[in-house]
Design a protein. Structure first.
Length: 302
């Protein structure tokens, strides 16, 4: 059965329980969340996350698996500012513990940006940080995300991710998060030759290392290196190519997560509307709805 979900929030009094409720309301059977705001290190104690209630609701609705995403502020690749690296290591260790407490086996992590020091230095620093937090008994996998190639970020090629694997002692604790927007923006032809891309990935890292897909369309042409998501089927990758990946026989057991942009309110720049219920329904139907964005706005009286 297709494991299809989306990014959901976690806030207020319901915390993780609210996340599960959102996922269910969207028609999802998996989901991804942050343990707090992705731009800062403020976190509630795990005792306040309402984990038991969330797990019970998941069980009642047949949701067996979910994914946690580490905050963007973690930059293990930074060799320029020691304090940035130190904070990254400390917070990554905390996020691993929180992910385990919540019941997820996968923590998605952006590898980091070398901020001008070069790929080799950045990779060495990432591996150093991972070696500080990953132990033989670590129960959560760190899924390194494929990146678009924006700025000095590391992970724009499969080879760069493999370099990290090669330097991490307990690399059995590593996995990969394959982001379709990022890989297309990085120049991989997932539109016309996904199987060829996967053959290359398998040789460099191994297909079995993919723990989660971020199923994102792109506002940019392939190779743009910009990382700007588009609603599913409405971008340069397109519905047919994304659906081929979505239903690929080799990855049916791998969670597929939507990170689509919200639909902007044409009359109020401060308002936008989530697309996930419509996108999930469209994907499960197998038929592209070219009017989806329009329908979402109409629902809100636009």
């Amino acid at each position: 059965m297709l494991k299809l979900g989306c990014h959901v929030g976690m806030a207020g009094k319901e915390m993780m329980l609210g996340s599960v409720k959102d996922a269910i309301s969207f028609g999802a059977n998996t989901f991804m969340l942050y343990t707090g705001a992705p731009q800062n290190t403020k976190r509630k104690d795990v005792s306040e996350l309402r984990i038991p209630e969330a797990k019970e609701l998941m069980k009642e609705n047949g949701i067996e698996e979910f994914v946690v995403h580490a905050p963007y502020i973690i930059n293990l690749a930074n060799t320029v500012k020691p304090e940035t690296f130190d904070i990254a290591v400390e917070f990554l260790e905390l996020e691993l513990a929180r992910t385990e407490a919540m019941g997820s086996a996968t923590l998605v992590l952006h590898p980091g940006s070398h901020v001008g020091a070069g790929v080799e230095a950045g990779v060495e620093q990432i591996a150093k940080g991972l070696n500080m937090v990953l132990k033989a008994d670590t129960k959560v996998h760190v899924a390194l995300e494929t990146m678009a190639g924006k700025g000095s970020e590391i992970g724009r090629s499969f080879e760069e991710l493999a370099m990290i694997y090669d330097r991490v002692t307990y690399n059995d604790k590593l996995r990969v998060c394959f982001d379709t927007c990022h890989t297309s923006d990085a120049g991989y032809d997932i539109i016309h030759d996904f199987d060829g891309v996967m053959e290359h990935f398998d040789k460099v890292i191994g297909k079995d290392q993919i723990a989660v897909f971020h199923m994102n369309d792109s506002k940019n042409a392939p190779g743009a290196g910009k990382d700007r998501h588009e609603n599913f089927g409405f971008g340069h990758i397109g519905y047919d190519a994304l659906m081929y990946i979505m239903n690929h026989k080799d990855f049916m057991d791998v969670p597929k997560i939507l990170e689509s942009p919200y639909i902007k309110d044409p009359d109020n720049a401060k308002k936008s509307y989530e697309p996930f219920k419509h996108e999930i329904a469209m994907i499960r139907s197998g038929v592209f709805d070219s009017d989806m964005q329009k329908k979402i706005l109409e629902e809100h009286g636009k």
